[in-house]
Design a protein around this ligand. Structure first.
Ligand code: F6R
Length: 263
């Protein structure tokens, strides 16, 4: 993708296509900087009457441990600010793995997994990638079979995310996150990444060895994954020209057969 705007446009259009085909779709959502532009485009589609989220169910990837949904640093608050407050979603069907300090994270994790299973599973999971290769808050070394659970954030993740916290804020070091096994069960994974700081992780995810030390490389095992990345994030890929060729072929075949599968 030539720019972050083009990336967001394509990401939003894939989500919109799914919601038009399946208004009751189950979406897996991510926080962080990368998907914000996608959410802004979805809000515009809703405001223009092109999309409705009334029947949609959502599951966020992760949430800081011990933060209440009212805390402005919580991912619940982030999602309300960036998306939920601006669309017609039924907020009772917008789930996050919220775990207060007195709740047992093991119970919360199991309940979250059951909710996802009872909803029929995630149709489309949006994923950002950490500069250390994490997906959700599955930090390097996370089990490739892991389920929703409590994780300790890596020092590099704490440093990357410190930009969201003021000097007097307590930055949580623990978070509940869907596991890699949970993410791999989604029907379609949509990975979005931009910027040079993601280039190494993207190379390892797509071309590197499958290893728990780059959790995003687990997506090599996913049945259907789409990477939407800008030129900077793609800059370390050895096979970039082949991937561009595949994208062109995919465009042609999608138009010809009017279906959107991996070619
Ligand atoms: C957020 C999440 C994280 C981020 C990743 C990239 O819910 O699960 O894995 O997607 O840290 O964050 P940004 O987009 O801020 O670079």
């Amino acid at each position: 993708m030539p720019s972050h705007e083009a990336l967001a446009e394509l990401g939003a259009s894939l989500i919109a296509k799914l919601l038009i085909q399946k208004p009751s779709a189950v979406l897996g959502l991510a926080t962080g900087s990368t998907p914000i532009a996608i959410y802004q485009r979805l809000v515009k589609c809703y405001q223009h009457g092109e999309l409705s989220f009334q029947e949609v169910t959502t599951f966020n990837l992760d949430e800081y441990f011990g933060l209440s949904p009212e805390n402005r640093h919580s991912y619940s608050a982030f999602m309300r600010r960036e998306l939920f407050d601006h669309i017609d979603i039924d907020i009772k069907k917008a789930y996050l793995p919220t775990c207060g300090g007195t709740q047992n994270p093991i119970d919360v994790g199991e309940q979250y997994e059951a909710l996802i299973a009872n909803s029929g599973g995630i149709d489309l999971q949006i994923l950002g990638v950490g500069s250390n290769g994490h997906i959700g808050f599955n930090e390097p070394g996370s089990s490739l079979c892991s389920r929703t659970r409590l994780k300790t954030l890596a020092e590099s993740t704490m440093a990357d995310n410190s930009r969201f916290f003021g000097v007097f804020d307590d930055q949580p070091q623990l978070a509940m996150t869907m596991g890699i096994g949970t993410i791999l069960e989604s029907k379609h994974a949509l990975v979005v990444a931009s910027g040079q700081q993601k280039a190494k992780a993207i190379k390892q995810a797509i071309e590197g060895p499958l290893s728990s030390y780059c959790p995003a490389s687990s997506l090599q095992l996913h049945q259907r994954v789409t990477f939407i990345i800008d030129e900077d994030a793609a800059s370390c890929l050895s096979e970039a020209s082949y991937f561009r060729l595949c994208a062109k072929q995919k465009d042609k075949l999608t138009k010809r057969f009017e279906i959107n599968r991996g070619w």
